[in-house]
Write a protein that binds this ligand. Structure first.
Ligand code: SF4
Ligand code: SF4
Length: 299
């Protein structure tokens, strides 16, 4: 292929989807770029990273195996996340697009904005995926859920290649009918009830749809983002009055786990609480939520 003028956008999109699915993506979509540019705050729009961007491709890989949902929280902390698979798929896709279509492309960094602190991402992969129609916001802190594949991990690619956009999902699978029943009886859905720090709340309307969602991000982050604890441990060690107190601060068994996780590069420093998803009927029992279910459906 010699130049962008010869590229058929629909055919290019089909090749991109085929590549990503071969590399492990379960769903792939193209978000409406104008909508992202309108919704994302200044500094966090795709054009802030790639000024000539024409398309935002979002992809999702499957979450846990079926067996993972039944292991103790401390074990799941180490292998519950499959996000790196999504990132490597997107990384490869950016190379594939440049190689196949000779058009500049980038892997969208999923990382935090170093000018805004550790709770502000450079780009919202969630917004990209939502507008690309591969997930809908749930009552569990806006975690995206898919009616067919349940709980997934997302990654994005920006490209100067013009591709036809998809629409957001027409129906939101959250709340599931059983969650609505529980809410009517006890005023909470499973994700709200079993969150260990009670950081989720909300309201379901008479039609059984989301009316309000509240998420205490700070409470969740203290539970899940263990990298935030590292500076506090170091500060306590620096402020210790004597050598014994300093040793206590650094070698407390809980704190030693932080050093262990850092030394092995463990994903257990990031989002290592899965309790809201463990009890979610969409995350755990959607028709193709795990490899066992997917194999039965031949996918
Ligand atoms: S990840 Fe854990 S702390 Fe955060 S909302 Fe889910 S259950 Fe609550
Ligand atoms: S448990 Fe899942 S489906 Fe039910 S309300 Fe929470 S996020 Fe939605």
């Amino acid at each position: 292929m010699s130049g962008t003028t010869e590229i058929d956008p629909a055919a290019a999109k089909a090749e991109i989807i085929a590549y990503a699915k071969k590399r492990g993506a379960l769903v792939v979509g193209v978000a409406d770029l104008a909508a992202i540019e309108r919704i994302a705050p200044p500094g966090h729009r795709p054009s802030d990273i790639m000024p000539r961007v024409k398309s935002v491709i979002a992809l999702g890989v499957g979450g846990q195996t079926q067996g993972a949902w039944s292991v103790p929280a401390k074990a799941m902390a180490y292998f519950g996340s499959t996000e790196t698979r999504a990132y490597s798929c997107a990384y490869g896709l950016s190379f594939f697009i440049e190689n196949r279509f000779q058009t500049p492309s980038i892997y969208c960094p999923p990382d935090m904005d170093n000018e805004a602190g550790p709770r502000v991402p450079m780009q919202s992969l969630k917004l990209h995926a939502e507008l690309a129609g591969i997930g809908a916001r749930s009552l569990a802190g806006d975690i995206l859920l898919h009616p067919e594949f349940g709980y997934m991990y997302f990654a994005s690619v920006f490209t100067e290649l013009e591709l036809p956009a998809d629409a957001p999902l027409a129906e939101n699978p959250c709340p599931a009918p059983s969650c609505v029943d529980m809410y009517r009886k006890v005023g909470q859905t499973p994700c709200m009830k079993f969150c260990p720090v009670q950081c989720l709340s909300g309201r379901i309307d008479d039609a059984g749809r989301q009316a309000e969602m509240h998420y205490d991000m700070a409470a969740c982050a203290e539970m899940t983002q263990q990298y935030e604890a590292v500076p506090a441990v170091i500060a306590a060690a620096l402020a210790a009055e004597d050598a014994a107190a300093r040793t206590d601060a650094l070698f407390d068994p809980d704190n030693k786990m932080l050093w262990y996780k850092m030394s092995v590069g463990s994903g257990g420093l990031l989002a290592q609480c899965f309790e809201c998803m463990r009890v979610c009927p969409i995350a755990t029992r959607a028709p193709q939520a795990d490899p066992i279910r997917r194999s039965k459906l031949g996918s």
